[in-house]
Structures are given as structure tokens and as C-alpha cells.
Design a protein around this ligand. Structure first.
Ligand code: NAD
Length: 277
């Protein structure tokens, strides 16, 4: 018997990276899954966003575990698309018990050099997109007086970062949003929590701009980045974390094990936040 037996989990940005780890973990623990992700690149980032092949691979992995999955293409900035995805999920899978608001983007630039477009895209996806995702599922969860929402923030929801004030603002913002959602939904027995991942190995960190940032210099290589990653993890000999570390924490938060836990942020960062400088 899995920890999420008979549940239905909606995962934004579920096609790859941490989102895929969430999808496969939920399925392994007995849940049916809905992934909601972009079909075509809709924002301007220095790396590729999910492709139809990514959606298909997550579908394959969930189905291999014997669970049902819906793969819905959409942008978390679109309320009507999210609302339709929720309606489709309830019609086809019966309910939504879990929302993992994981979709996100990352770009860099000194705050005085960011364009309005970069700022708006970041806040639109990483903050407003989380609000819209939670807004889409809330009426259904309230009606059933049951549900769990997990929001993916970041270590940068708790500390500043290297030339990404817009990302830091959005990731701090979702922690405030999480606390209010937790407070407003507590009377209905619905819980809401956040996870603050440290440095995680996913396509978001596997490109030149990220290699340079983690390496601490221009023209960094993947190996430089991995070496630089030791500065982001206090645990001896460890560098980037596997997405499974985040999926395991969400599993705890979404399960009965955390039935009395709401309104908290759990850093999953190998002790990075403890480190000086
Ligand atoms: P990723 O780029 O592999 O995954 C992000 C997913 O979100 C992709 O599938 C992408 O297509 C999707 N997405 C982006 N914009 C979207 C939109 N407008 N609508 C719908 N889907 C959209 O990276 P990841 O590391 O798996 O990121 C997952 C979350 O973790 C993000 O919120 C990210 O900010 C956060 N995070 C990542 C790290 C890290 O080191 N990788 C650290 C802290 C927090």
C-alpha cells in the first residue's frame, strides 16, 4: 500500500526535471497523475523548456508503474487553461487531492539591467503562476474539505542570489503566498507547504549561464559547475542534489505522515543555508 494510494496529483511543470520526479514518485506511491506543462517555448530563457518528447517520457514512466496519467499542455500564466485542466482532471480521474506547483523558469541579470519583459515573465510564471494554479484547485478542494498543496520555492526564497532579483522576489513571494493559502484553507482541513530546494541537477542548471554562475567565472564547463556545487552543499563530499530529494520531501508533505503540518517551508539543500558567505 503506497503513501498516496487512490489519490490524484496535479503537477505543474511535470514533464521533466523535478516535475518528472514528482510524477513518478506519486505514481509509485499509488496516485494517478496529471502533468501540466508548456507545449512550445513561451518565455525567453537561456535553455530549452519542456518538449513533447519530455511529456511523452513522463507519461511512459508513470504508465509503466500501472497508474493513469493525463498530460495537459498549457501555461501556468493562463487561468482559463488551468481551470480547464482542473475540470478535465475531475471529469476523467474523479478528483484532485494534491497540487504540486512546481513550474518555474530561471534567468539572470543585474536588477538595473533586467528588461520589463524579463521581470514580467519571471513574476508571471514563478509567482502569479503559482497563485493561479492554487486558485484553480481551491474550490474543488474546499468542496471536498480535503487536499494538500506543495509549492516549490528555492533557497532563493530565503536568501539573495547572484544577479537574479526577479527570481529571488518571486521565490520569496511564493513563501508568503503559501502561508496565506495555508491560513485561508486551514478551516477546510486543507494543508499548504513549501519546499526550498538548493542546487538540483535538472535542465534548469544544465546550460552555459548556469555553469558560469556555479563555476564562479565565464566559460565554465559542466565539470566546473559540479566543482562549484560543493559550495552550495554543506554535507561533506556532496554537490548537486538529485530531483528525487525534492520529490521525497513532497511525498512526505502530501501524505498522512504530515497530516498536522501546514504553513511551513522545508529547505532541502544539504545544509546550504547554514554556510557562511
Ligand atoms: P526544469 O526547467 O527542468 O523544470 C521546470 C518545468 O517547468 C519545465 O518542464 C518547464 O517546461 C516548465 N515550465 C516553465 N514555464 C512554464 C509555464 N509558464 N507553464 C507551465 N510550465 C512551465 O527545472 P527544475 O529544476 O525541475 O525546476 C522545478 C522548480 O524548482 C522550479 O520552480 C525552479 O525554480 C525550482 N528550483 C530549481 C532549482 C535547481 O537548482 N534546479 C533550485 C531551486 C528551485
Amino acid at each position: 500500500m503506497g503513501l498516496l494510494e487512490g489519490k490524484v496529483a496535479l503537477i505543474t511543470g511535470g514533464s521533466r526535471g523535478q516535475g518528472r520526479a514528482h510524477a513518478v514518485t506519486c505514481a509509485r506511491e499509488g496516485a494517478d497523475v496529471v502533468i501540466f506543462d508548456l507545449a512550445t517555448p513561451a518565455v525567453d530563457v537561456a535553455y530549452k523548456l519542456a518538449t513533447p518528447d519530455d511529456h511523452a517520457e513522463t507519461v511512459r514512466q508513470v504508465q509503466a508503474l500501472g497508474r493513469r496519467i493525463l498530460a495537459i499542455e498549457g501555461d501556468v500564466r493562463g487561468q482559463s487553461t488551468l481551470d480547464k485542466a482542473v475540470a478535465q482532471t475531475i471529469a476523467e480521474l474523479g478528483s484532485i487531492d494534491i497540487l504540486i506547483a512546481n513550474a518555474g523558469i530561471w534567468t539572470q541579470g543585474n536588477f538595473w539591467e533586467l528588461t520589463e519583459r524579463q521581470w514580467d515573465e519571471m513574476i508571471g510564471v514563478n509567482l502569479t503562476g503559482v497563485w493561479k494554479s492554487a486558485k484553480a484547485v481551491a474550490p474543488h478542494m474546499i468542496e471536498r474539505t480535503s487536499g494538500s498543496i506543495v509549492i516549490t520555492s528555492s533557497a532563493n526564497g530565503l536568501e539573495p542570489g547572484d544577479r537574479y532579483a526577479h527570481y529571488v522576489s518571486a521565490k520569496h513571494g511564493v513563501i508568503g503566498l503559501m502561508k496565506n493559502i495555508a491560513l485561508e484553507l486551514a478551516p477546510y482541513g486543507i494543508r499548504c507547504n513549501a519546499i526550498s530546494p538548493g542546487a538540483i541537477k535538472t535542465p534548469m542548471t544544465d546550460h552555459q549561464a548556469a555553469w558560469d554562475m556555479f563555476a564562479g567565472h565565464d566559460n565554465g564547463t559542466e565539470e566546473d559547475m559540479i566543482q562549484g556545487g560543493y559550495h552550495y552543499n554543506a554535507l561533506r563530499g556532496r554537490t548537486f542534489l538529485d530531483p528525487q530529494a525534492i520529490a521525497d520531501t513532497a511525498l512526505y508533505l502530501n501524505s498522512k505522515l504530515a497530516d498536522n503540518v501546514t504553513g511551513v517551508t522545508i529547505p532541502v539543500d544539504g545544509g546550504h543555508l547554514l554556510m557562511p558567505g
